[in-house]
Design a protein around this ligand. Structure first.
Ligand code: ARG
Length: 580
């Protein structure tokens, strides 16, 4: 709808330009916003205020001219001038109702992408395999998964890339330690990778002889020694299987096929450095090979380098990323690559993106975007730690979430049988953790708080899951599903109009999520939608409506709400329940 209003304004502008009211070449980006207060119509534009000056007119006078020049459109019932010169558009509720009926009939709920369809690489999760996944990887995994799902729903072709850290000096230490275990990879210590890593590190710090062995193993590994590679591979497989368990439990759409780790680019790294040299981008600094970028300066005002090869010959994180950018552009032929990685790596990405462009590793029309995210803190606002100061393991966190959800649901619903209780606790507990993360703005830090995320009030998973069950219960009472309803939607009561207007915004919200990589837009939308459904449900009786026509219309509105909630939650990676 916003797009068609934008289009109407464009036509009016063209007409006024032809008439000489507006100067040639006034081509502003036309902003159309949803109004908050429905007495001001449904959409507002400030275009008259933006163009008043170049036109040499008062904004309200120009607004009046624009209204006269607007082509008639059946979906707009009237246009008014408000305040300093806003144009307020009121949508025609019959036309809106028709659009909602069409959405209800479409399994895709009338959602499509605004721009052209693209092939998009989503770089997500990407833990370092030397350690166990910890809470820091939660955000990348969950946010990346939600955005990938939304892009796919919009019609993009999504290629997920789990750029795991499976190469580097820590593996020497780990292999040396595995070799010391009498049972090798079968030793029970390896069930706890985190503890295993810590023990190996301690051994490394305490014994010079062990450290020496570890260093030798790294050299052998990098030289391609078969036995070392075999052990290294075995270690990574074990670590990846831990990660896969977490993905499955989180209902995240990642599989072993999506893994393309740092080591996969080993063979390319020498060529990356050589190509940079040929392009004249390389300089040597203290024996290291660097690309200096003038636009990035340190505190003293000197250009910062991207180091691609150390003095000893070793390659770095940046070198691997350059190789993966080239692969994503040239091999995968992506139009766009999104990197869901901690905000603290922002400079790394700004700089490597720039180097990749200058070196021609990526096509000039390929979009590279770092989708940085803030830190997850504890309830006290400080970095999230266990009581004794260690990193919190993801599995422990999820166990606690499910346990708490279990007690909560059992308290509310003591009659449920154990199996159903467990199933609900799983959906609510995991859903709460994911939703709490997704509903915050991606770039801000946030505090992890079990009480808050498991509350049935506010913008939380339990609230939304419960809202969905309320819609579902209408159809349970009726004895039908949400499909195959007769009649048509009519928006009469104020609550019906407000709910209808919100339902019509689903596609626009999803497009926003896909463009900016911000799932919190979808969370806020679903939360608002659930609230509007609540007032509708309270004020507009459905099953006891005054007439069959009204009942049909309300059932259709409820069904579209139910489907939108369910689809929206699914795109966030949340399972819905029919009752709870
Ligand atoms: N393994 C890295 C880390 O844990 C994240 C990798 C992100 N992806 C990338 N292409 N650099 O910090």
């Amino acid at each position: 709808m916003k797009d068609s209003i934008r289009h109407l304004i464009q036509q009016a502008l063209a007409r006024l330009t032809a008439e000489g009211v507006l100067p040639e070449g006034s081509n502003p980006t036309i902003q159309v916003e949803n109004t908050r207060d429905k007495t001001h119509g449904d959409f507002a534009s400030n275009v008259a205020m933006m163009l008043a000056k170049p036109a040499g007119m008062k904004p309200r006078d120009l607004a009046q001219k624009l209204i006269e020049a607007l082509p008639a459109d059946p979906s707009v019932s009237k246009v008014e001038i408000a305040g300093p010169g806003f144009l307020n558009f009121f949508q025609n509720s019959a036309a809106l109702a028709q659009r909602l009926d069409a959405a209800l009939a479409d399994p895709h709920l009338s959602v499509s992408k605004t721009g052209s369809k693209q092939r998009v690489v989503v770089d997500l999760s990407s833990p370092n395999l030397a350690k166990e996944m910890h809470v820091g990887h939660l955000r990348s995994t969950i946010i990346g998964d939600a955005v990938a799902r939304v892009l796919e729903f919009l019609g993009d072709e999504v290629i997920r890339q789990n750029h795991v850290g499976d190469w580097g000096t820590q593996f020497g230490m780990l292999l040396a330690y595995v070799k010391e275990q009498p049972k090798g990879f079968d030793s029970p210590e390896l069930a706890d990778l985190e503890g295993f890593y810590r023990a190996a590190k301690q051994r490394f710090d305490e014994s010079a002889e062990f450290a020496e062995r570890a260093r030798k193993l790294v050299v052998e590994l990098q030289a391609g020694d078969a036995e070392c590679l075999r052990l290294w591979k075995q270690f990574n497989e074990l670590s990846l299987s831990h990660a896969q368990e977490v993905y499955d439990r989180l209902n995240v759409m990642l599989t072993p096929d999506d893994v393309k780790g740092e080591s996969a680019y080993n063979a390319e790294l020498a060529d990356i450095v050589a190509s940079l040299k040929v392009k004249g981008l390389l300089s040597e600094s203290n024996g290291a090979q660097c690309v200096f970028l003038d636009e990035f300066k340190n505190a003293e005002g000197n250009p910062l380098p991207v180091i691609v090869q150390k003095a000893g010959g070793g390659y770095l994180y940046a070198t691997t990323d350059l190789a993966s950018m080239r692969y994503r552009s040239q091999q995968l032929k992506a139009d766009r690559a999104l990197y869901f990685v901690d905000q603290r790596q922002a400079l790394h990405f700004q700089m490597t993106f720039e180097v990749a462009r200058r070196a021609g590793f990526v096509r000039s029309d390929m979009q590279l975007e770092h989708m940085g995210f803030g830190t997850m803190n504890g309830a006290d606002g400080r970095p999230f730690k266990t009581r004794d100061g260690g990193t919190v393991k993801l599995v422990d966190l999820l166990d606690e979430a499910e346990q708490r959800a279990y007690s909560l649901v059992k308290g509310k619903n003591p009659d449920l049988d154990e199996g159903e209780l467990r199933q609900i606790a799983h959906a609510v507990g995991i859903g709460a953790v994911k939703y709490a993360d997704l509903s915050k703005h991606r770039t801000s830090d946030y505090s992890f708080n079990f009480e808050q995320m498991l509350s049935f009030e506010g913008n939380t998973a339990p609230y939304l899951l419960y809202a969905y069950t309320r819609v579902a219960s209408v159809f349970r009472k009726l004895g039908t599903g949400m499909d195959g309803l007769g009649g048509e939607i009519k928006l009469e009561a104020e609550q019906e109009q407000a709910l209808g207007a919100k339902l019509a915004q689903f596609a626009e919200v999803l497009n926003g999520v896909g463009e900016k990589g911000v799932p919190h837009l979808l969370c806020s939308y679903l939360y608002d939608l659930a609230g509007l459904f609540s007032s509708f449900y309270e004020h507009c009786p459905i099953l006891t409506a005054e007439s069959e026509t009204v009942k049909q219309s309300r059932l259709r509105l409820a069904a579209l709400t139910g489907k939108t909630l369910k689809q929206g939650l699914a795109l966030l990676g949340l399972e819905t329940l029919e009752r709870m």
